[in-house]
Design a protein around this ligand. Structure first.
Ligand SMILES: [Zn+2]
Length: 192
């Protein structure tokens, strides 16, 4: 069970949640094939995932998530609220006390993109936060954006605009999608 280069527990957790970049995932997979020690540690990480709900509600997971991650959390019995706005659309959204995870699946043509940034803008379209170089699968037709659920539950009613920006090989920037979320607060409390 001895391993000269044990994989970090956080990396094993990200691997299980499908949160690693493809190259990192391949490297972990290859290591696990030949290493029983790390395989055993991976099973420990999975056993600890009873705390997945805490991890998710703390918003400690990356804001762009994979289908593997969504499959895992659904298997854990967490409740996912998902909106699937097409490019250029306005979506009426909310969050309820029962929701564990809030996902905006942003449909976009990412063909030819070398890099994708996700921009969160205020109601006037002024950029507030940019997540540079988010993970995406080549040929993917959408990005699953996770809004931290505690943040969403505390949010007052209002409008948020999200943009996907792509960069091609020569560094040319292109707007690949814009989505307007009209959030209506449905929970009592401050900001209601
Ligand atoms: Zn190992």
């Amino acid at each position: 069970m001895n391993c000269a280069h044990p994989i970090d527990a956080a990396v094993l957790a990200d691997y299980w949640l499908g949160a690693l970049a493809q190259s990192e995932e391949d490297a972990v997979e290859e290591h696990l094939l030949g290493c029983d020690g790390c395989g055993a540690r991976l099973r420990e990480v999975i056993a600890l995932a009873g705390n997945l709900r805490d991890l998710v509600s703390e918003g400690s997971l990356r804001m762009v998530v994979s289908d593997t991650y969504l499959k895992r959390v659904a298997e854990e019995g967490l409740r996912i609220r998902e909106y699937i706005p097409p490019d250029g659309s306005v979506v009426e959204c909310t969050v309820t006390a029962e929701d564990d995870i809030l996902i905006g699946r942003l449909a976009a043509n990412l063909g030819g993109a070398k890099r994708v940034d996700l921009c969160i803008c205020d109601e006037r379209g002024k950029e507030q936060i940019r997540l540079p170089d988010i993970p995406f699968q080549p040929g993917a037709d959408s990005i699953a954006y996770q809004e931290p659920i505690n943040l969403a539950k505390a949010m007052g009613s209002g409008k948020m605009i999200v943009r996907l920006v792509t960069f091609d090989e020569s560094g040319g920037e292109r707007l690949a999608g814009e989505y307007t979320f009209n959030h209506t607060r449905s929970l009592p409390g401050p900001g209601a």
